[in-house]
Design a protein around this ligand. Sequence first.
Ligand SMILES: Nc1ncnc2c1ncn2[C@@H]1O[C@H](COP(=O)(O)OP(=O)(O)O)[C@@H](O)[C@H]1O
Ligand SMILES: [Mg+2]
Length: 269
Amino acid sequence: MAEATQPNIIPSARSIPILQAQHITLAFGAVQALSDVSVDIYTGELLAIIGPNGAGKTSLLNVINGLYHPQHGRLVFKGVERRKHLRPYQVARQGIARTFQNVRSSFLSQALYWGRALQEEQTHRAYVERIIDFLEIQAIRKTPVGKLPYGMQKRVELGRALAAAPTLLLLDEPMAGMNVEEKEDMSRFILDIREELGITCVLIEHDMSVVMDISDRVVVLDYGVKLADGIPEVVRTDPRVIEAYLGVGHAEPSPPPALRERGRLGVEQ
Ligand SMILES: Nc1ncnc2c1ncn2[C@@H]1O[C@H](COP(=O)(O)OP(=O)(O)O)[C@@H](O)[C@H]1O
Ligand SMILES: [Mg+2]
C-alpha cells in the first residue's frame, strides 16, 4: 500500500512543492468526499488528477482554492501554512487560479479584466494583451461568450484564469466535451502555459491518452482515497488503478501523438 502512494519521480528534478495538501478529510454529511488525502504539487510540473466520477477530484480543487474547508488536514503554499477559512478571492490573490467544469464568463473583455484594482490596470492591460495573443483569441474579443463555439468558450475560461497571473493553475476538466482537434489545441496551450509562462498546472482530465501524453505525474483518486501517485508510465500499469478506473469501460490508452515534439508554434521542444 504505502509504496504506491509515494511519487515515482526523481526528487532532485522537482524537489520544491509549491503546494502541499496534507491529510485532507472532507465530508458532506455521510458522504466522504476526501479521506486523508495528501498530495504535493511540485513547482513547474503538470500534475494530472484522475479517477471515476464522484472520486473527489473537484472537491480537492475546491479545497485548494478555498471554496471548501476540510474538516481535517492542512494546506501549505510556498512553504507557509494557510490559515483556516481563507476565502477563494484571498487564495486567488496569493496566486492560485482555477477554471471550472462549466464556463462562467460572459464577454472575453469582462472575463479578462475581472477582479483587478484600478491602479494596476495599465500593467494588467499589457499582461492581458499578452494572454489574448498567447491564446490566439484576438478575433473573438467582442463576441459574447455564449455565441462562441464550445472549444473557444473553454479557451476564454482559461484566459479568465490566466488573467489573474497565477503561479498555480487548477484546471477542472478543461477538455470535457471537446472534439479531438479542440483537445489537441487545449493540450498544447496547457503545455505552453507551463513551459512558456512558467505556471505550475494541475489538470483533472478523463481522456487517458491526453493525460498520459502531457502530464509529468498522475494522482489517482477513488472514493475519496488516493490510490496511486507517480509518473504516467507507472500509474497506468498499477493493477489497482486498472481495476478502479482503467479496467472497466476504459480502453487502454493508445500511443499518444507526440504533442511536445510538435509544439503549438511549430517549434521543436
Ligand atoms: N457541495 C457538495 N455537497 C454535497 N456533496 C458534495 C458536494 N461536492 C461534492 N460532493 C460529493 O462528494 C463526492 C465527490 O464529488 P466530486 O469532488 O465532485 O467528484 P469528482 O470531481 O471526482 O467527480 C461526490 O459523492 C459528491 O456528490
Ligand atoms: Mg468533478
